[in-house]
Design a protein around this ligand. Sequence first.
Ligand code: TYD
Ligand code: MG
Length: 512
Amino acid sequence: MAKSTTRFFCTECGHEELRWLGKCPGCGQWNTFKEMKITPEGGKKGARGFASGAAGGPGRRSAPGFAGPGPQGPLQAVPLARVGSAEHERLPVEPAEVARVMGGGLVTGSVVLLGGEPGVGKSTLLTGLALWWARQGVRVLYVAGEEAPAQIRMRAERLGFAPDKEEGFAILPEVHLESLVDTLAREVADQVRQPEVTSTEGDGSDPQPRQACIAIVDSIQTLHSEHIDAFPGSPTQIKYCGGVMADFARRSGCPVFLVGHVTKTGDLAGPKLLEHMVDTVLYFEGSDGGPIRMVRAVKNRFGNTGELAVLEMRADGLVPVDQAGVLFLSARRGSEPGAAVCAVRNGSRTFLVEIQALVSASRYGTPQRVVQGVDSKRVALLAAILEKRAGLDLAGCDIFVKVAGGGRIDDPGADLAIMAALASSLRERPVPQSTLVLGEVGLTGEVRRVTDLDARLLEAGRHGFARVVMAPPAHRGKRAGGKALEIAACSSVEEGIAMALEPAAGRARGGN
Ligand code: TYD
Ligand code: MG
């Protein structure tokens, strides 16, 4: 009889301790520790213990029911020269917008975590991808823990597929981890055409069999392992089931998608636990409750992070957005004070983004700072620089900043535009419609050059911008995109603001 051990886990971040603690050292939350019993199976066999962090490392434990070398016995180190490259093993992905975020395709044996709020469209995206793969001759196993097969059929119809013809797409209505891994292993064995060579013991170069199988787990929160004494969706279950699925993917070569829900309050507890054991983390975000959806790669062992796919949720599924470069510009731009446009980089893409600001005298004791789509600390810092270096009096003012169209900006190249929007609102002088504002700003008020300048200017030129306020460019003259943009070079915030705003009219105010 296997002896169970007791561990304590933080329900917020999954931190593990041997004893109960009031405050979690992992996330700093109070009163979040819960006791869990862990039953390792059969002392000698010992292969089904808790898989925490086991996936991916040498000597990791076997997925239950899935054949692989056990942890016992001497291990064989593999010389780097004999390790095959994973690069050539990429399955194509359609649409290309999503393929780019995944680094160009789906790497065999990789594990992809797709996180997002309930209802944002994770199942819709994966059903669409799955049906496309099925048509390319790939066997797709959709592990449906949340929906009945009939609901998935309805979704497939909605996406324009004829379910009666989709033989390659199979649904597994199963949430019991051990049965699931057994079934998947059998399916993979049926699908995979084993190469002639049977691997010689320990030569380290066993060629991965050609893959024709993809598994989608919708969602990881519904899986349940009999070895873990906790409810499905609890941190221990998520961690264990995620580890076993990741192990399965790597050993079998069958890529696995794990869907992870993120709550409306931004609580990433469950999926966050998995980030270190998966290869790619994609986050699916909505914007302002509208139809626009963004898939962002926040981690990618096989591609760039920061890549972004822009899709629109329509009645018949998710479609890539044309003209995504100008998605974050408002229609009334140019005539009103309090807005400035900059070109921001997201992975390999450029977006023209309008930053809107409202600065008004505060009616209450403490001025408000309300920020959406930009880091609020960054805005506080930029406001302080404006006061100190450009002489703007913002101390007694409420400040509101937002990005038009519900976008989110992390690019420091938007600093000067945020400041120009603030100054524009305070002084009630608009930034002309055809002016783009670009630049990172330092604490001393100096304006710095941005990265990927040519790509930004190209996008601006393409959408009718004629003038750019920015730090002096390194090379004058040659500009990508043909049409030369007028460059208003500034080296300080004060100069930059003066160049960005329309010349003062009679109504100018603000005492600056
Ligand atoms: P869903 O993929 O079920 O979300 P998640 O898996 O992230 O919880 O998508 C849910 C919403 O998307 C639902 O409100 C209906 C809407 N939807 C469309 O607008 N068009 C479509 O073609 C589909 C399939 C769903
Ligand atoms: Mg779903």
